[in-house]
Design a binder for this molecule. Sequence first.
Ligand SMILES: Nc1ncnc2c1ncn2[C@@H]1O[C@H](COP(=O)(O)OP(=O)(O)OP(=O)(O)O)[C@@H](O)[C@H]1O
Ligand SMILES: [Mg+2]
Length: 743
Amino acid sequence: MKIEDLQIPDSVKQVIVDSGINELYPPQVEAIRSGALEERNLVLASPTASGKTLIAELCTLKHILERDGKALYLTPLRALASEKYQEFRKYTGIKKRSGRRIRVGISTGDYDRSDPWLGRYDVIITTNEKADSLLRHRARWMNDISLVVADEVHLLNDGDRGPTLEVVLARLMQVNPDAQLLALSATVRNAVEAAEWLKAESITTDWRPVVLKEGVFLHDEAQFKDGGALKIQKPTENPTVNLALHIIKSGGQALIFASTRRNSVSLAKKTALSVVTVLSKPMKRALSRIASRILATGERTRISELLARLVKQGTAFHHAGLGGGHRRIIEEAFREGKIKVICATPTLAFGVNLPARMVVIHDYRRYESGYGYYPIPILEYKQMAGRAGRPKYDKIGEALLIAKTADEQDYLMESYVLSEPERIWSKLGVERVLRAHVLSTIAADFAHTEQGIYEFFGKTFYAHQYDPRAIKGIITKILKFLYEEKMIGVSGGSLFATKFGRRISELYIDPVSAVVIRDALLSRAPKRTDISFLHMIAHTPDMFPKLRPYSREMDDLELFVDEHREEFTIEVPDEWSDRITYEEFLGEAKVAWVLDAWIEETTEDKTIEKFHVQPGDLYRLISTARWLLYASHELVRLLNSKDLQPHLSELTARVEKGVKAELLPLVRLERVGRVRARVLHNAGLKTIADLKRAPVDKLVGLPLIGTKLAKKIKEQVGGFVRADDWKKLKKDEAAKQKALTEY
Ligand SMILES: Nc1ncnc2c1ncn2[C@@H]1O[C@H](COP(=O)(O)OP(=O)(O)OP(=O)(O)O)[C@@H](O)[C@H]1O
Ligand SMILES: [Mg+2]
């Protein structure tokens, strides 16, 4: 089926053809034949890179241009949302019937908003969490949605992210029963079941644009599913390294999956030693430039230095401990073919689009504390293997598991390569998960009676898969809790949310977190300090990531707890009578300790060394802390403890920027972060007035501040730079640059 034969406006055809697509892929044809363009609900389950997004694009444009409709595109991750945003941007030149051009919007940020401005857009791309929070704020424009696209719907199976997606879909079906629903999924065994739930037709295919050869590698030979085999050279003792070398020599790239961050780094180190031997000179120069970019991005740490060193050798590691800036540089350089090998943790398989000629699954086992080792699900294996083969570049892609013995090779062939992915199961039926959703059902006016609540949850995937009665008992218990904690009330047989309850729902926090915060704010801690508040938020179930103290830091941590004993808003649990609670407390104390170090301007590198907390984790910690402090600040208003507000505001700002209070006026300036603000402060430039008064060459003379930035600072503080001075500065800088390149 050709693009030009489709029942879509010519302007859309033009954009698609211009992007290099003339003909539909077979799964796309099937979707069209099943009525995708006639507003039929569909679950499209097909492998990675089989072109599911294009179907979503076609449906979206049909809605906008022919039905004056509006589309909501749901993704599980912020990175995916921005990827989709970029893809939809290509249609913004097209005019609608009204004569206005198509507008594409993205919203993934702050959860405490209804973002009415989003109503102006024709396509709105969000994360599932953001969509949930928008529904809680009853954003008006949600009622105008005529198409809902849900991407990566197999994540219904994910314990963390599944329930939100499930509730969002159930709510949207309730609010907009007539909207078309398009669910995109990896291949799973029970796509039909998900489709029944969504009142949709299901299409499942195994078709891929690039042939995928799956197999198992033993010693120096791969056995493939189709019976073929491949023997490769054995320049090193490590089969994974040998495979990487083999593929690079034939002009390809490799994506290697390791089970832990530590393994991904050590594999990258090993692989780099071999990869560097086969790089050309120009390639090395290009890699050198990427390494410099890595060092210039964010604070310099031992991790960024190691990464830069390996990237020079054509290899990188990629895991959640890296900052987002570094991850993006690596992804881009890999797509450009410069980085030859990425050793990653499995999170990469669920994130952005990053195919490679060869995928090596180095470990099929995963370690989780409390469980020990267990083999990964087939669904996860298929997601990783599916990354093999780059459409447009490769004819085939190869995905290999590594076996150590012939026996293991048989096991892997049988259990992964030849097996079908598992069924997906709803993870909604857990009290911890349901609490917030039960409250928001009442607070955002989705139901006002117990019966109404049961009815709503009776329409979830959980109720579809299990008996709805199974969930009823949990909901009853939650309602009792919400009532006792004064988040909901009863009046004339109907349920309503109190001001407190409504605000909790809007703030997007767990009701138990709200209880923790309320009790801490109302408690009369003998001494209320930064540590009191930082521990308070660390004690909520919303704090993420949880930190586990290392045995070597135990003594220091206990010392920290002892020093601040008077400041905690709960009593320190007794070490001997309740060991588990005590250890949990130490974990929370560690979070408070790390955050306190952050606002005392400890460098990222020191944070890695002292606390074993990597930048990626630190950023996540900061972003959760900011959110919970903001929520606390909002709750203070309701709780009549307004005297705490100034302290909380200041602390929130300090956590956001990672500075002592004295730097707050300086970090408000654009392009001045905590490092530069400290430089200015140390030079005696402590206030905006100081900066206004200071001559521009004084600024330029400081470390990390160039002419451009100096000018930018002057402009922001209301000072100005005289034309003569500016000319002289530019000249000086050019001379300095020249000198630098000469030596
Ligand atoms: N008919 C087509 N002809 C050529 N290229 C296409 C066609 N349809 C889609 N593509 C391209 O295929 C690539 C992968 O498509 P897409 O991202 O939609 O995959 P997907 O099915 O969503 O996979 P995943 O499960 O990984 O999200 C894109 O670069 C897209 O431009
Ligand atoms: Mg996709």
